[in-house]
Design a protein around this ligand. Structure first.
Ligand code: AMP
Length: 383
């Protein structure tokens, strides 16, 4: 009997998300869940206990961690630097190299590593695969990846644009091509991943040529709590004039900015409700969010030249007709025409929401990062 199950683990600092997929049945989801509050009084003491809980929950589904059906454990790893551009079989050396990248992702990589260490201890015999959030963007040309700063400094400290949400951009750009009945190599797609974190990418013939996140996930679009693009001198000003420490600025820009900073709410649903009641701060937050989005769509039209589709995904992209409509409003001269009636229909299916005459297709494509991670991992270990 061939083992066909892949367990996908997404290990955060205080949570462990898991999904079990059966690759012999079109990556059907066998089990999914999340263990939260790791290290807090109400939760498991540490990641080892958290993974034991996951194992118990899986066993309740008849597919425990010791199941012979399990072909691999796949780990989402946020930062692969320039070293990791493909799914990678985890060895001691790979662990050391992910550790080496911690300065680039001080919050995420240590949590991802903890998940890896615990899973390797519990199932040392099983192939474990790391799938990196940065990998899909590694094809960006230098012109897009380089910051215009002193080259020696940039190279010494690894300062360049890496991009994130890569598995989502890869998956959604490919599904969008399929939705158009084309091969991914034939189409140019602008992917807008709008969740609590948000990023845009320009994908030419299946290959990423630009993306909005940079050295860290802070750059680019306005997000739930992150500022996205801003004049870097804002940071000097805040340290010199407001007396904030680097860590305080970090927290301000990553945790207390974006929609939350502008209006006090980071959930687009709540912002929609407040706007309907005439709330001015909520409207302003919406407008700043949408203006940035439209700018990136225009910029990526210029980067790609020919655009075949704009694809919306993640929590906001999949669910907010208002954001989709406002972001593309007035872009008819670029060949982008959204159909108000189609756009307003709610649903969870992949769908087109452009007019029949639109030169550029507008698509809503629910993302599925776990499925993409499982597929990438399975293709590496498949017997
Ligand atoms: P994600 O990070 O992809 O899970 O997206 C989470 C975000 O999606 C939430 O913070 C909300 O802002 C947004 N969201 C979820 N559902 C809806 C909805 N029905 N309408 C508008 N925004 C939504």
């Amino acid at each position: 009997m061939t083992a066909t199950h892949v367990l996908v683990l997404n290990s955060g600092s205080s949570s462990l998300k898991y999904q079990l997929l059966d690759m012999s049945a079109d990556a059907a989801r066998k089990a999914t869940g999340i263990v939260e509050r790791i290290g807090e009084p109400a939760g498991p003491a540490d990641h080892t206990e958290a993974l034991r809980r996951v194992a118990d929950e899986l066993a309740a589904h008849g597919a425990g961690l010791d199941s012979p059906d399990l072909a691999a454990i796949a780990h989402r790893v946020v930062h692969g630097g320039t070293r990791f551009t493909d799914p990678t079989l985890i060895t001691d050396e790979v662990v050391a190299e992910i550790e080496h990248l911690i300065p680039l992702a001080p919050l995420h990589n240590p949590a991802n590593l903890t998940g890896i260490e615990v899973a390797r201890r519990l199932r040392p015999d099983l192939p474990q695969v790391a799938v990196f959030d940065t990998a899909f963007h590694s094809t960006m040309p230098q012109a897009a990846a380089r910051y215009a700063i002193d080259r020696t400094v940039a190279d010494e400290y690894g300062i360049r644009r890496y991009g994130f949400h890569g598995t989502s951009h890869a998956y959604v750009s490919r599904r969008t091509a399929r939705l158009l009945g084309k091969d991914p190599s034939e189409v140019n797609v602008i992917v807008l991943h709008l969740g609590n974190g948000a990023s845009a990418s320009a994908v030419r013939g299946g290959v990423c040529v630009d993306t909005s996140m940079g050295l860290t996930p802070l750059e680019g679009l306005v997000m739930g709590t992150r500022s996205g693009d801003l004049d870097p001198a804002v940071i000097f000003h805040l340290t010199r004039v407001a007396g904030l420490s680097p860590d305080q600025v970090d927290t301000l820009l990553n945790k207390r900015s974006g929609l939350l900073g502008l209006c006090g709410d980071n959930d687009m649903r709540e912002i929609g409700r407040r706007m309907a009641e005439g709330d001015e701060a909520a409207r302003l937050a919406f407008e700043v969010y949408v203006h940035r989005l439209r700018k990136y769509v225009g910029a990526y039209c210029a980067v790609l030249g020919r655009v075949d589709a704009v694809a919306f995904t993640a929590g906001v992209g999949e669910n907010s007709a208002a954001v989709r409509e406002a972001a593309l409003d007035g872009l008819e001269p670029l060949g982008i025409e959204i159909d108000a009636v189609r756009n307003a229909v709610r649903g969870s299916a992949e769908r087109l929401v452009s007019t029949d005459t639109s030169r550029v297709a507008v698509a809503v494509v629910p993302t599925d990062e776990e499925r993409e991670i499982a597929q990438q991992a399975y293709s590496l270990v498949r017997p």
